[in-house]
Design a protein around this ligand. Structure first.
Ligand code: ZN
Length: 503
């Protein structure tokens, strides 16, 4: 299709934030002033994505903004916040720090580690687990009001068993040999699949958990193959310099709604990028025959929010959660929990100020380049998002705000109804049962999540989706689960798309 990009689009320095964002904005502002400002409906599909500074969009000025006092008001609430524990510091993490730039990388070995599901019906449980965690004998994987999944570290099994016996805490061993599960989780593709890969034009499959390079090449391949509906832009770079690649699927209709989807904010949750890329593949390869609900939406999809952490889970530590930026001043630990680093009520319950903690919230809101890039993109974009879906694992939950405390937004009943419709569609397609509720109510309060921030920005259908399973494999979900999980999740996404079109 022949199309004539406007002067502004040609001059616009694309979406790369290789420069500091303020410089990018400055250049954009100059470019916009120098050329006639195009209206959003003059942008052809595949053309530069509309930026707020260059594209007029009704209602821009009324968009809800986060107040500074809101960003910091949570910081005085320290009740559930871990304080820095010198003892835990000294014993450090079991993981050896790994230099990815060196050829020889030692993988963290989980031989002897187990995963247990414990009942949390006793008052003493939280205190006991807290103590064991501070002594670095266990770490927590997941849980809710009735149970908790914990990783019992190598050589700690005896001690932890004794502690639980003493307190009469009951538990089941979910994973007896964690390292064996890790070794069996992601086997290489067979000959047949490899030959198919060559013919397909990209390496992506849903029979394996792929490295970042394969995911990015797959996205670029789709943009090249379907330029009239698909474009790919990097919205910024990770701490280690990897691209944060967003793929847009849009037929360019000015009446389209917009939906944001991301995955892989927590590095070890491999099923998340696998599922999100499955959505991309389905929509891209079958766009012509897709439902109107799908075609009437501009999809913005970032499959890996935390590429440094994701690569680290492949090369260094399979169970890494955070990003990989060095943190702390006196003693350095790696990584902030990106899903505690967003700027709405940042610093409150369920987040830690200890740089060595798995839920370290960062030194301030948006201190991490990955969260900053996502928020800059959404703040500076002229796109009015109707939904913000962020995919995690595990537990099979569809969660809506708020996460920072046990309160719900005014329209929570609508969020609940749509969430339950989504859950029903998933169950009817694949049989997996999802629980629906507010994240603080169903799980526990956790401040600084991306969903709270998105909701505070006024994005209506904001959900955190915790994919399969419910703990049998936990984060180490075998590759045979990818297609069933992704397929049923897509059925849920279609129901969400229908709700977005009615909004
Ligand atoms: Zn997660």
């Amino acid at each position: 299709m022949q199309r004539a990009p406007s002067a502004a689009a040609q001059k616009s320095p694309s979406w790369s934030f290789a420069m500091e964002p303020w410089r990018t904005l400055l250049v954009l502002a100059v470019a916009a002033a120098a050329a006639a400002t195009p209206l959003i409906d003059q942008l052809a599909p595949g053309q530069e994505w509309p930026a707020r500074s260059s594209v007029g969009q009704p209602g821009d000025s009324t968009k809800e903004e986060i107040k500074v006092e809101d960003v910091f008001s949570g910081s005085t609430n320290e009740t559930a916040v871990e304080e820095v524990d010198e003892e835990a510091f000294a014993k450090a993490v079991i993981t050896k720090e790994v230099d990815l730039t060196k050829d020889e990388i030692t993988k963290v070995d989980y031989s002897g580690a187990q995963v247990w599901k414990i009942q949390t019906n006793k008052r003493s449980v939280v205190a006991v687990v807290g103590r064991l965690r501070r002594r670095n004998l266990v770490s927590t994987w997941g849980g809710n009001h009735t149970h908790m999944d914990i990783l019992v570290k190598p050589n700690a099994v005896k001690n932890v068993t004794r502690a639980f016996k003493r307190e009469n805490i009951t538990y089941d061993v979910l994973i007896e040999d964690l390292q064996r599960r890790i070794d069996e989780e992601n086997p290489p593709l067979d000959e047949n699949e490899l030959s198919l890969q060559d013919r397909r034009g990209h390496k992506m499959t849903w029979k394996q958990y792929h490295r970042l390079e394969d995911i990015h090449q797959f996205m670029d391949y789709l943009a090249k193959t379907y330029p009239s509906i698909i474009s790919v832009n990097s919205i910024g770079k990770s701490h280690e310099g990897r691209d944060l690649k967003v793929l847009r699927i849009s037929d360019g209709k000015p009446t389209n709604k917009a939906v944001w989807i991301d995955g892989g904010i927590h590095a070890r949750e491999w099923i998340s990028p696998a599922t999100v890329t499955y959505f991309i593949n389905q929509f891209a390869e079958n766009f012509d025959v897709e439902s109107d609900d799908v075609k009437n939406i501009d999809w913005y999809i970032l499959p890996v929010v935390n590429p440094d952490g994701y690569e680290f889970t492949h090369l260094g530590d399979r169970l890494w959660r955070k990003n990989r930026k060095p943190q702390g001043t006196t003693r350095v630990c790696f990584g902030a929990d990106l899903n505690r680093n967003f700027g709405y009520r940042w610093g409150g319950k369920g987040s830690s100020n200890n740089p060595c903690s798995d839920i370290y919230r960062g030194s301030r809101a948006f201190s991490e380049p990955e969260t900053k890039a996502v928020s800059d993109f959404i703040n500076n974009s002229a796109v009015n998002f109707t939904a913000y879906l962020t995919y995690h694992s595990y537990g099979q939950y569809i969660l809506y705000p708020w996460g920072y405390d046990s309160v719900v937004p005014p329209d929570y009943q609508q969020l609940d109804i749509v969430g339950k419709d989504v859950a029903r569609a998933i169950q009817q397609t694949g049989g997996s049962e999802y629980s629906v509720g507010s994240s603080s109510g169903l799980l526990y309060p956790a401040a600084g999540g991306s969903d709270d921030w998105a909701k505070a920005k006024g994005i209506k259908y904001t959900y955190t989706i915790e994919l399969s399973d419910t703990g049998r494999y936990g984060f180490i979900l075998p590759v045979s689960y990818i297609e069933p999980v992704a397929r049923e999740s897509l059925a849920g996404l279609r129901v969400l798309a229908a709700a977005v079109n009615k909004a």
